[in-house]
Design a protein around this ligand. Structure first.
Ligand SMILES: [Fe+2]
Ligand SMILES: [Fe+2]
Length: 283
């Protein structure tokens, strides 16, 4: 089966708000202003209510309660607001269990947020590549979304076949999926994001997060690949996916990440687990 056939066949595609998709599309524009973010949020009352509740949570420790989106964006800045809103918007869709991946409710959601936080840390650490923090965060959040779709197409026979090939052939999960089904969660996720008309660089990064594109220049898939590995190394390995812990040497070299630096990122991510917990509790 192809990724397109699977996305067309699966009945329960992850639900996501129109406003969230518009916010992701904003990331593709050269300069996003506070006003741009406010205008999109104002069209979604549910998301706005959730955002205000989140901003007023003890985590942010604001002296005065925030009463409007304009105020929230002004106080916390649009980058922080984007991270909160996208976490809230995609959180509901990702809080589901994925039996075909041996993933319990909330686990893929936690892993996605952890990878998003790892991507934020990697970019802020100053890698050899120009990337906007909210873009890296968003791709981290969405990188495994294909699993939500593909898990519905994995019959018990497929699951056994995939597990056997991983065990016997030392294949990665994505490689085994490709051998058995003809596609993998990376391609299926990219196909879903494409159907939502999200920016091409985000679609591409999700499509290649296990086999990053480095030529003619490193692309966002490289950052996403390292973020996913850092998340796994920090202990976020849902289901039986612990295979993905090895960072591709070439990718690490191109981004200027040596073993010490990688270890520092893992430590930093562990220290940021509190942020992951907070974002989960806000949804
Ligand atoms: Fe993945
Ligand atoms: Fe992952």
């Amino acid at each position: 089966m192809t990724a397109t056939e699977i996305v067309a066949k699966v009945k329960n595609l992850p639900p996501v708000s129109h406003a969230a998709l518009r916010l992701v599309n904003l990331l593709d524009q050269p300069a996003v202003s506070n006003d741009d973010v406010v205008q999109v949020l104002k069209c979604d009352n549910v998301l706005t209510a959730k955002l205000l509740r989140a901003c007023n949570s003890p985590y942010f420790g604001l002296e005065e309660p925030v009463a409007s989106v304009d105020q929230a964006v002004l106080i916390l800045g649009h980058q922080q607001i984007l991270h909160i809103v996208l976490s809230l918007a995609f959180g509901g869709a990702m809080a589901v269990p994925l039996p075909a991946y041996a993933v319990e409710a909330n686990e893929i959601w936690r892993h996605s947020l952890t990878t998003a936080t790892a991507a934020e840390i990697i970019v802020k650490d100053g890698i050899d590549m120009e990337v906007e923090v909210p873009v890296a965060f968003t791709i981290g959040l969405l990188h495994d979304i294909g699993k939500l779709v593909l898990s519905q197409a994995l019959t018990p026979e497929y699951q056994t076949d995939i597990r056997t090939r991983i065990a016997q052939g030392q294949l990665s999960r994505a490689e085994a999926e490709k051998e058995v089904i003809g596609t993998d969660h990376c391609e299926v996720g990219a196909c879903l994001l494409q159907s939502w008309r999200l920016p091409e660089e985000i679609v591409e990064a999700v499509a290649h997060h296990h086999q990053p594109l480095l030529k003619p220049r490193p692309r966002l898939s490289a950052v996403t690949h390292v973020a996913n590995c850092v998340a796994h190394l920090a202990g976020s390995a849902p289901g039986w996916d612990a295979y993905a812990v090895r960072v591709d040497n070439q990718v690490a070299e191109v981004l200027g990440i040596n073993a010490d630096r990688l270890e520092g990122m893992v430590v930093h991510l562990r220290e940021s687990f509190d942020q992951v917990d907070q974002f989960m509790s806000m949804a």
